[in-house]
Design a protein around this ligand. Structure first.
Ligand SMILES: [Zn+2]
Length: 203
């Protein structure tokens, strides 16, 4: 197993847990190994206490390679992202309060943000003035169906930074783990601001 990649997932898990974004074994993380495989978190592990024994290699259909461990249920979404964009090197899926609540309040297929300086934490954004659009999907327990909906949306227009699943959470990605963490942190900051604005009745 690639020790640098596995350590990057373990470190991300500790940080994400310290932020409270993956309570009660929720969420899952992965890092691309190559065009055919990725390293993912096993199902049901606490994300703040991961060890190398909690990670397994999967193929791009989300099936384990030489491992008795069961991959996270949502592994198929990680591997679909790797297939859709060869530039994606890491995916972090979290269940934060802000992403869960805001995705329930938002109507339609897009979640939009504008006017925040921190939009510049998302690659390619250089101004607070641009509108950020994140794809928003209805939640389901059928991961194959959700992965197909992701592919359909991607064919209409490639997605950037991440997407939301309603009442569920966020998938954020980057070309490597460092950029995935930056996108996750930036998006969670923006969600926290939006949630605070709504609490104050400001939008
Ligand atoms: Zn989830």
């Amino acid at each position: 197993m690639n020790r640098t990649l596995s350590q990057s997932i373990i470190d991300a898990g500790r940080w994400i847990d310290s932020q409270g974004w993956c309570p009660a074994t929720g969420g899952n993380f992965s890092a691309r190994i190559d065009q055919q495989s990725a390293l993912v978190t096993a199902s049901g592990r606490h994300k703040g206490q991961l060890t190398p024994q909690d990670l397994l290699q999967v193929d791009m259909q989300g099936q384990p390679i030489d491992s008795p461990l069961k991959p996270s249920a949502e592994t198929l979404l990680h591997t679909r992202l790797y297939q859709l964009d060869p530039q994606i090197g890491a995916v972090l899926h979290t269940h934060s309060v802000a992403s869960t609540v805001l995705s329930r309040l938002a109507k339609g297929e897009w979640f939009t943000l504008e006017g925040y300086e921190m939009q510049k934490s998302l690659a390619g954004n250089h101004s607070h003035a641009a509108e950020i659009r994140l794809a928003l999907f209805d939640n389901t327990q059928d991961m194959a169906a959700l992965a197909d909906r992701l592919s359909e949306r991607w064919q209409q227009q490639p997605l950037a930074w991440g997407f939301l699943v309603r009442g569920h959470g966020l998938y954020a990605w980057g070309q490597d783990m460092a950029q995935a963490r930056r996108h996750l942190e930036g998006l969670e900051f923006l969600f926290a601001c939006e949630l605070e604005m709504k609490r104050l009745g400001a939008n």
